[in-house]
Design a protein around this ligand. Sequence first.
Ligand code: DGY
Length: 423
Amino acid sequence: MDGMTPDTLDDRARAILRDNDRGGYTVPTAGLYPYQWNWDSVFVAMGFATFDRDRAWQEIETLFEAQWPDGMVPHIVFRVDEPTYFPGPSVWQANKGPLPSSGISQPPVAATVIRMLAEQDSARAEALFEPLDRWHRWWHAARDPDGLGVMAITHPWESGRDNLPDWDKPGQAIDTSKVGDYTRRDTSLVDNDQRPKKADYDRYLALVQFGVDRDWDHARIAAETPFFVADPGITAILLRAERDLRAMAETFGRDTNAIDARIARLEAGHEQLWNPEAKAYCSRNLRTGAFAPDGTSASFLPLFAGVTDRKDELLETLDAFTNAVTYPVPSYDPQSALFDPLRYWRGPSWAMVNWMIADGLRQIGEDQKADRIRIDTAKLIRKSGFAEYFGPLQGEPCGGQNFSWTAAIWLAWGLNEISEGTD
Ligand code: DGY
């Protein structure tokens, strides 16, 4: 690291969370992401929980303050106007919730983390039970209207894995002819080569306009959008979240029938995302049925969700991913021609995805593989600091720096316990 005080990485990680705290919610990083982001906040809560439990709860409670009447918890909450960010609230025009927000959601990790926190503060967890249940029901209704048991995204940002190559082909169906001129802010803050390209951004904005034109009516959007892609990331994260919600329902003495039905549907749905050619769970364009061609880091998340039917093949694919890089787990198949080691979700490794993958590996007793990923994540952060994401070949720090979720994972995963030089 930079050799400056505060001198331990734990102190530094806590300082990042404190510095990025905007009063009840935490920005992912100053400048690039100046608002509250949904799954960022939930990982941040895991970090705060290691030294300030009250603040951890607050992080999630403020996120749920933005929940829409239809149950959606938005992907960005715009509490203040921040001219460093584009597209902000005036572009989204999504005024359906109690606070200004975007009009889409993000991976529903909240129930999993709330269950972890619940062990000591069950009253605060119970207060979030209904909102969580409503959010999960929203996913099923708005993103799986045909009851297939797989969750679609209506915008690449909804997946949390913005410029994944999976969205390239389905994205060709998006009409970008009315997007017009705009000025990006992200590329003035971060190296252009580490961010999505202009063609991707045109599509992102066209899909925002598509939602605005339908007044963010999610039933209409699902029925009419050209971009409706089943995502193994969301599907697995939601299944895991449903299991955690069910465990809380039992603790709180609530009926579990509806949750059980949703779990059964998601368990059965997974097989539709199994791509035998890629030996991986892959996203699938629900407008055409076509699979994305290659495995991604989300291909392993069904293990996090307790889906083990394909575990042997998945472990082989995971070995192929990890053996091809120095710092796993790459977000995209490193053997693919589409792999791009420094460009955001087209190759780099991400600490919070590593945590989820390792959790899944532990569930099937693959402790050695889980330890490997944990040690490599600690090495990455020791080498390159609390970057947003990292180059999997050389471990370069990429994207925003002093990044909240990387700091949070460092703390929550106890990475300081791994001493320097561990192999
Ligand atoms: C961005 O602005 O790049 C975000 O990823 C959108 O959620």
